[in-house]
Design a binder for this molecule. Sequence first.
Ligand SMILES: [Ca+2]
Ligand SMILES: [Ca+2]
Ligand SMILES: [Ca+2]
Ligand SMILES: [Ca+2]
Length: 293
Amino acid sequence: MKISSKLFTLALTVPLLLGIFNFKAQAEVTRQWGVGGDIPVPGDYDNDGITDYAVWRPSNGTWYVINSSTGLVVTRQWGVGGDIPVPGDYDGDRRTDFAVWRPSNGTWYIINSSTGVAVTRQWGIAGDIPAPGRYDNDGKTDFAVWRPSNGTWYVINSSTGLAVTRQWGVGGDIPVPGDYDNDGRNDFAVWRPSNGTWYVINSSTGLVVTRQWGVGGDIPAPGKYDNDGRTDFAVWRPSNGTWYVINSSTGLAITRQWGVGGDIPAPGNYDFSIRNDFAVWRPSNGTWYISGN
Ligand SMILES: [Ca+2]
Ligand SMILES: [Ca+2]
Ligand SMILES: [Ca+2]
Ligand SMILES: [Ca+2]
């Protein structure tokens, strides 16, 4: 009786383990979408909570999106070569809007997904780095730039239309806005390649948080890799294709090898979990590589 019981357990366990391995294998997805020279612009263009594969092509100013809810392709000409794509939800309908920022005239060009109407707004000057996000928690993306020459953030709060400026960071820094304290508002944040340090002003308290994480040459890839709603410090290292993340819920470091030098990190929620997946887009073959998290 004892032996047959063990065999029975084994008979159950083996398929279960195989099932788990199979599930893990399925959690890694590749998809060819885009060509060399494209810029990856992942977002939720159809509001199903899942990130869509999307690229913007500078040579013809066209957006190419696969809606995750239907699998259907959407293309839209919007923008010209030299523009910087700045996808976001500027009208608050939870769908990502086609949007570009033009350095030559510092102007934002947006198609509101709710109405199809184009909106233009001058904000910023050549040399600025666009840093759109939700700085005032009304569900709409705000126009925002960070100016390397004086380390200053310039934001228009969508709820009031008022401009907010804040000096934070120095030339050479990379802006990494995110919601590091989970109050629904973007925090002013920069990552400094020279010392691998994150400098964040928590919007809920106004307090400064600094954290050394990453080294020069890394590409910052902040995101929500665990379930606590707070943006995590994260970098992707081109030299070894490895992700280094500090989960904000535990303070523990997570590393995951995923991607190769030359890839562009494109974290997002490509499956049904609410955690960011590890994802890169490879210019050499126009392929997305997703590792579920
Ligand atoms: Ca989607
Ligand atoms: Ca929208
Ligand atoms: Ca915040
Ligand atoms: Ca987190």
